[in-house]
Design a protein around this ligand. Structure first.
Ligand code: DGY
Length: 320
């Protein structure tokens, strides 16, 4: 008998076919609507494998309903949506998709650096709204990227790729990480600092750390107050790492200059969220890894992880 797999969103056909070769597949066949919780709660009962996204909360309550679940394959590198401890206790393998999205997410991080510092969205709106009457010396002026200081909080794969891009812009790169990375320091010319020094000295602060109980609200009012008035905060990691109320205040009163956000504490972010009212914030709907090639690779890797775990082999990327 084939193992039963539930997929929580419509994924590319090739991947469904691949899974169907060895599994009995059921799927929430929608692209823009997440699977309702009650459907997931029902589907999990007799599933052997779950192919899920960051939009699903795979919590204790859900995992306790699973009678025969062997693997949860998250189509993401981050896995803060999954209760890892409970999965471990229950002997459920959890897998993720690192590596394949590194460069794409680093590209998007750099896109936000450029969009915020050079006011790209604001300038485009200015033109489209008919405000462009003449060229003027200080019109829509921003801040230079080249020669500036970039501070990376969390030097994982994506952080290193952002640092690599920064070299092309002659940036001075600082980083803060739980452990030092001497090889990366040497290869990329990075300077290790404590977090406060990084916040004080950087023109761009990029958050690239995983979201855990330790990193929740890591950037709050105190941290923002250490940053330069001309500095820019970029978050392509997870929304909850930044205290959004404190960020709103800092941007509004000019404690910092701008922010580029691809992630929010609550996603999708509510349209009446105060951050959305500020001209100095560039907001994106969590598209860090959203290139066609990369999303295909993530789906393929998530499927491979799932199949290997169901075959009692070691998946490529195991969280627990
Ligand atoms: C991840 O993989 O964790 C991203 O946030 C979605 O690409």
């Amino acid at each position: 008998m084939k193992p039963k797999v539930y997929i929580t969103r419509r994924i590319p056909n090739e991947i469904i076919q691949k899974l169907k070769e060895m599994c009995e597949v059921r799927m929430w066949n929608e692209e823009e609507e997440p699977v309702p919780r009650e459907v997931l709660e029902k589907e999990i009962i007799d599933s052997d494998g779950l192919f899920c996204l960051i939009t699903e909360s795979i919590d204790k309550e859900l995992l306790e309903k699973a009678n025969q679940l062997k693997v949860v394959s998250n189509m993401a590198v981050g896995y803060n949506n999954i209760d890892i401890e409970v999965a471990k206790e229950k002997g459920i393998t959890v897998t993720n998709t690192p590596g394949v999205l590194t460069e794409t997410t680093a590209d998007l991080t750099f896109a936000l650096i450029m969009a915020t510092s050079r006011r790209l969205i604001e300038s485009s709106d200015y033109l489209k709204k008919g405000n462009w009457k003449t060229w003027s010396p200080m019109q829509l002026t921003g801040h230079d990227i080249y020669g500036s200081t970039l501070g990376i909080i969390g030097l994982g794969r994506i952080g290193e790729s952002v640092a690599r891009r920064a070299r092309g812009f002659d940036m001075n790169v600082l980083y803060y990480n739980r452990s030092r990375k001497p090889d990366a320091e040497k290869e990329l010319g990075l300077n290790y600092t404590d977090m406060d020094t990084l916040l004080e000295e950087s023109d761009f602060v990029c958050i690239m750390t995983p979201y855990t109980t330790e990193t929740k609200n890591l950037i709050s009012q105190r941290e923002l107050s250490l940053m330069k008035k001309t500095s820019i905060l970029i978050n392509t990691a997870r929304g909850g790492i930044v205290d959004e109320a404190a960020l709103y205040e800092a941007l509004k009163i000019g404690t910092i200059w701008a922010a580029g956000l691809d992630v929010f504490e609550q996603e999708p972010v509510s349209l009446d969220h105060p951050l959305l009212t500020l001209p100095n914030v560039v907001v994106l709907p969590h598209i860090g890894s959203a290139s066609i090639k990369t999303r295909m690779k993530m789906a393929e890797l998530a499927a491979d992880n799932l199949i290997l775990a169901l075959q009692s082999q070691t998946p490529k990327y195991v969280v627990v």
